[in-house]
Design a protein around this ligand. Sequence first.
Ligand code: MSP
Length: 640
Amino acid sequence: MTSYITTPIYYVNAQPHLGHAYTTIVADTYNRFRRLCGESVRFQTGTDEHGDKIVEAAEKEGVTPRQYVDSISAIFRQTWPLLDIEADRYIRTTDGDHIAVVQRILQQVYDRGDIYFDTYRGLYCKGCERYLTEKELVDGKCPDHQKAPELIEEENYFFRMSKYRQQLINHIEQHPEFITPERYRNEVLSLLGEPLADLCISRPKSRLTWGIELPFDTNFVTYVWFDALINYLTGLGYPDEGFRAFWSGCEHLIAKDILKPHAVYWPTMLLSLGLPLYKKLHVHGYWNVDDTKMSKSLGNVVRPRALVERYGIDTVRYFLLREMSFGLDSSFTAELIAGRHNSDLANDLGNLFSRTAAMVQKYRHGRVPEPGRQQPEDARLREAAESMLRLYLENMAQFRFHLALQAVWEFIGLANKYIVDNEPWVLAKEERFSVRLDTVLYTLLESLRLLTLVLQPIMPRAAAKMAAGLGLSLTDLSSFERHGHWGGLAAGAALVEGDVLFPRLAKETSVVVEKTAHPAKEKEKGTQAEGTISFEQFQRLDLRVAEITAAERIEGSERLYKLVVRAPEERTVVAGIARYYSAAELVGKKVVIVANLKPVKLMGVLSQGMVLAAREKSTAGERLVLTAVDGDIAAGSGVA
Ligand code: MSP
């Protein structure tokens, strides 16, 4: 069996962030998992470097597209090893072999009669780099980019996508696991239930030159999506027949934003080429930060490098896989990741490991004891380990990482309880309990060996430390089939003392967000002391007293309220105080707001200002208290 896992190739108009890191960590984890399942594996990621967006970004930086793509692509490439991500190929759409494959495929599809020339009028979204249908718009705007698409009319080449619609529907219906989770399969089927337009696959050179030239008309370059999707074949050496070995095991991984190109454009292209379709498409949801969409303009973009520096590679990988239910959106917060680190990793796993290792050092000179006869409580832990393994294997294979990890942590909980129940420190006091102590310690060590095995794909670094601590090499843990059975640990083997696996994080920290360089701010820096603002700058803040007249929870968010306030005119303000105030408590309160903050949409609600609150942070957690006014004063009064 072979496995070929791919991530989307990322646009180089932005630098890697939490979202890109998530997809790539999932792919790396799955790849490692498949390898342990005994398969020949291949894993590909890379960058998408052609198209309008890239040209625009390069112009903004004042460099050529070539210089621009080289620099950002290198940043992506250098980021992945920081997360212990090891891809077999890092593909770039500007690579020579890729350009040749794209041109070859275009010619093949053209020769088949599946490409024709026509005039097109359509609504084009630059952000998506594709034409949108009227139906896809929300209030006349692209819902993903919040911009009205441009009406474009021009002569172009078209791919007869509609010709393959029915064939694609049949395939999806006959292969229930082709697109998962199911909600996305249903979404695609409903999309295909509507008439399907053909796909415009060229851009005239008068408008765009940064692309792959059409082999049959040099006045045009290839549409970026047609070019990009083909990377999945280029990476396997297509058209060399050897590509088929891995192609039959191809599983694509994407987020919901690029479902249509992967679930409709790509399979119809493959049908036109007469190639088998990929095996599976796995679609995940979006990461938000503190319940808000990540965006440069909001200044809340979380960068992988900063995360690793603060929390460590293993914690970042574990957290992302444990916290997101694959397919649904999730929110990233500093409290959540610090909480998972301290409770799941430092307490549950870290303590199980260090307590066991310390007892084996102390009572058995650091050697794995020979176990005696199993008592019912030992057998129960063994059965729990076996059932954990089953659940883990099943859920990992189905991309339900959070459930796989839940099963693993339930077992860790039982193993910790086993220590408490069996009190090895009491057994160690009397010689007559010596064999019993051997059995208890062996049962714990063997539990840890199995945990090390299953944690390898998720936390390769911590697993390597655990293996070393247990005196094992990674070849002792290289296959679920060979090593995933109780009793693999040899008596007499020597443990190796190592460092603490997961040192506790000292205190709760705020989300590490990127500090956006603000040109205006930079200028001011030279003229005033660092960290101070001028009176003029202070005066630019429009602080006002506002009376809350209504408060309601925003659906899908644990923290946010939509408040209606009078200041003195009525406006809506989104406030992240739902954990600290009930709606009833809020109505009638007079608070202070920043009234001239640029309005933003948060969870679909327009926020026209910000409510001020005092924030207290301690190891016990965080507390927020609203800033109130001391005495009765009219709503709308200025604060200065
Ligand atoms: N270049 C295209 C893909 C071509 S594939 C043949 C593209 N690039 S992208 O840079 O916009 O990357 C989109 C992908 O990045 C998403 O599908 C997802 O894998 C990842 N994510 C970007 N933002 C994300 C979140 N906020 N949350 C989770 N994943 C996100 O589209």
